[in-house]
Ligand binder design. Structure first.
Ligand code: TNX
Length: 490
């Protein structure tokens, strides 16, 4: 990519032209189609233009021949010809016009994001776009971030900020880890006691909280406006102390457990033989599926050392069937590879300490694999030994560690086409505020975004570390805290 462009993630093809570029000032035309989704994107672009100092734009339904124009045009042939049409796009800027074309509105949005990342301020004070041509499409269809809102709770506004950052880096899946030992964060209509009794707690006595059905809808809607699908996770059959604290009928003694505010894992579990367990799983997963417009529901399935395989399979099976009966696709952590999952289910790989046989066998039986290797993608790991927050079980993750890996070869013997994508994860045992969260995400989330979006032939550490330096301006403008990794000349 030309030195002077700082697009992250790196596009497939970029060519920078000569000349003064397209000056963008108040009164620039914005030509968009009449479809509701196109109009919504147009409104987003118009607001953005005001926010970043371009000024008010004229929304146009017809080309009036003016000189200063941004056009967003649906076009089935736009973008690299050999790529999936779902998210590809092209951008062409000359001194009169910026033309963004894509087969879908999601692609148009990515074209807008790319265009925005190329904008510069002229010494005379106005914003302009350099003359260029971009043809782009993602390597993987699943480019995610998992956020743990159970250990510490993050209100809707914090999640919206995270969603905005995700959109800026073309990530398209927000996975919410909604339940764990320390708290239950989603109001589920069939079991109101879950939030009544188990939403108030969080790690080390921090303030808890939960999303009402309306707040969850707000998150889903805001995410959709950035092309992002929400995948809710209710973690079973381990990591369930919040449920056992809310409903004593889920424990063998019939007594609710104590609230838990430590950070150990692997001690709580459901019990297959209790009469309340099956209906609990079925009702909760049916409700969560019904609240979720996206195609996926994550059932957890991780870290259950105290369950024998048969009981594990029985419990996962009930949740799996409820998700399937609701018309959704199951996502589960890698431990569930040993359970019978419907073909097309997604297994999320995270723990390099485990063998790979079960995942390879599940992939051969039709499961897809999502790459979240702890030593690369777990953004709750410390940057280095001196970093004040974060965990260390998967090692330290400096910026280059987050960047320099290929999801296609993480599991030797796994066919390339079984890998559905990449998901970063941020667990919040040690992260209590949105500042602490974004300081872990930035800059590493941008590295993961490039790993997920850009084909290996089009990306390199050397190019990335130079491009990412320019992004500090954006983070400073929106006022988010970030970590000045020593790997970059900021
Ligand atoms: C492992 S990842 C976990 C989480 C912890 C995380 C901390 C996974 C499926 N389980 O419960 O929060 O490590 O890094």
């Amino acid at each position: 990519m030309p030195e002077s462009l700082s697009i992250v993630p790196a596009p497939r093809y970029v060519e920078l032209g000569d000349g003064p570029g397209l000056a963008l000032g108040g009164g620039v035309g914005l030509l968009v189609g009449a479809d509701p989704a196109e109009i919504a994107l147009g409104v987003y672009v118009a607001r953005l233009a005001e926010r970043i100092g371009i000024g008010p734009v004229d929304m146009l339904a017809l080309d009036d021949g003016r000189d200063q124009l941004i056009e967003l045009r649906l076009d089935p042939a736009a973008g690299p010809a050999d790529s999936d049409p779902a998210e590809r796009y092209s951008v062409v800027v000359d001194r009169r016009r910026a033309l963004v074309r894509a087969p879908t509105v999601a692609g148009l949005y990515y074209g807008v994001v790319t265009l925005r990342q190329t904008l510069r301020t002229h010494p005379a004070g106005y914003v302009y776009a350099p003359v260029l041509r971009v043809e782009d499409a993602p390597r993987y269809p699943w480019r995610g971030l998992s956020v743990d809102v159970a250990r510490h709770f993050f209100p809707v506004e914090d999640i919206e900020l995270v969603i905005s950052l995700m959109g800026y880096y073309k990530l398209n899946v927000l996975h919410l880890h909604l339940t764990d030992d320390q708290g239950w964060r989603l109001d589920v209509p069939s079991r109101p006691g879950l939030v009544e009794r188990s939403a108030g707690s969080a790690v080390h006595g921090a303030r808890g909280g939960y999303y009402t059905a309306g707040e969850y809808r707000r998150i889903v809607t805001f995410a959709a406006s950035r092309g992002i699908t929400v995948v809710p996770e209710v973690d079973i059959p381990g990591h369930v102390n919040a449920a056992l604290h809310a409903y004593g009928e889920l424990t063998p003694s019939g007594e609710p457990t104590e609230a838990y505010t430590g950070i150990d894992v692997g001690f709580s579990r459901l019990t297959a033989g209790l009469p309340a367990t099956g209906p609990f799983l079925r009702d909760v997963f049916t409700d969560v599926a019904a609240m979720t417009p996206g195609p996926y529901v994550h059932l957890g399935g991780d870290e259950v050392p105290t369950l024998d395989p048969a009981e594990y399979e029985a419990l996962v099976g009930i949740a799996h069937d409820a998700v399937r009966d609701a018309g959704k696709t199951v996502v589960a952590w890698q431990e569930a590879a040993t359970a019978p999952l419907a073909p097309g289910s997604v297994l999320q790989y995270w723990d390099p300490r485990d063998g790979h046989e079960a995942i390879i066998a599940a992939a051969a039986a039709g499961c897809r694999v999502l790459m979240s290797p702890g030593s690369r993608a777990y953004l709750d790991m410390k940057y280095d030994a001196h970093y004040p927050r974060g965990l260390e079980w998967a090692g330290h993750i400096e910026l280059r560690d987050a960047y320099d890996w290929d999801p296609g070869v993480v599991i030797p013997g796994l066919p390339l086409e079984s890998v559905v994508g990449v998901e970063a994860a941020i667990w919040t045992e040690t992260l209590a505020t949105v500042d602490e969260l974004t300081e872990m995400l930035l800059p590493r989330l941008t590295a993961l975004a490039e790993v997920a979006w850009s084909v290996p032939a089009r990306r390199s550490w050397d190019s990335y570390r130079r491009r990412v330096a320019a992004h500090r301006d954006y983070w400073d403008q929106i006022g988010v805290r970030w970590y000045p990794s020593p790997h970059v000349n900021w």
